[in-house]
Ligand binder design. Structure first.
Ligand code: PGA
Length: 236
């Protein structure tokens, strides 16, 4: 299975900066995509307003088989009278394939509950979108207790130790691996990825562990060069 590399831009970049990024990124990554052993699925998670722009450039530059789109959030409600919310129906023809749900920043600043997150996951699954649920070790069992066994099997889990988000050093790989292993054994999600200060240096010890099936990247995805460097670390 191809490893997932997700660029989470958070609330950064306007429309023009987002499309400039994707244009430059396409140029820089193109020669690497031609290599046979480049087994990676690259996913960009822009702000909602930038999604159409990034989607357009992915199509125009014929990167459709290699680059995919994620949204950083979704409404816990279906389409209807929920002013300001972006529902699964709103995302239907946007090109979005994945949805990040329950990021620690959403929990911290927007007071999202475990039930809100479970409802968002239901919205995704009812509408053909793949949810990526962010978890941390100390709240993990509580988070999963809101999901049925059937739902657990249909999600991707991003293990994101909050203390390691936004820095330059990841959690030590053996500690991260222990939690990833526990998630796989107890909850059987589709796959588990790691997030928290991943960059082209810190990623190296993680690459040889097959149980970690990808990365959620914040800071190091904002500049084209640093994201490309990270993507080609094992191909350089
Ligand atoms: P970071 O962010 O790579 O800047 O630590 C990761 C995340 O919050 O998803």
């Amino acid at each position: 299975m191809k490893k997932l590399y997700i660029a989470n831009w958070k609330s950064n970049k306007n429309f023009e900066q987002s499309t400039a990024w994707i244009t430059e990124f396409s140029k820089q990554i193109a020669p690497h995509l031609l290599q046979k052993d480049f087994e990676k699925e690259i996913v960009i998670a822009p702000s909602f307003p930038a999604i159409p722009g990034v989607n357009y450039f992915i199509g125009a530059q014929k990167m459709k088989d290699h680059l995919f789109l994620a949204s950083q959030d979704i409404s816990p409600f279906p389409a209807g009278s929920y002013t300001g919310a972006v529902s699964a129906v709103n995302l239907q023809d946007s090109g979005v394939k994945y949805v990040i749900v329950g990021h620690s920043e959403r929990r911290k600043y927007f007071h999202e509950t475990h039930q809100d997150i479970a409802n968002k996951i239901d919205q995704c699954l009812e509408n053909n979108l793949t949810p990526i649920m962010c978890v941390d070790a100390d709240i993990m069992s509580e988070q999963f207790s809101h999901l049925t066994d059937e739902v657990r099997k249909k999600i991707i889990v991003a293990y994101e130790p909050v203390d390691y988000i936004g820095g330059t050093e990841t959690q030590p790989v053996d500690e991260a691996l222990k939690v990833v292993q526990e998630i796989i054994e107890r909850y059987s999600p589709m796959r588990v990825i790691y997030g928290g200060s991943v960059n082209s240096d810190s990623i190296t010890p993680f690459l040889k562990h097959d149980k970690i099936s990808g990365f959620l990247v914040g800071g190091a995805s904002l500049k084209v060069e640093s994201f490309v460097d990270l993507l080609i670390t094992d191909h350089a």
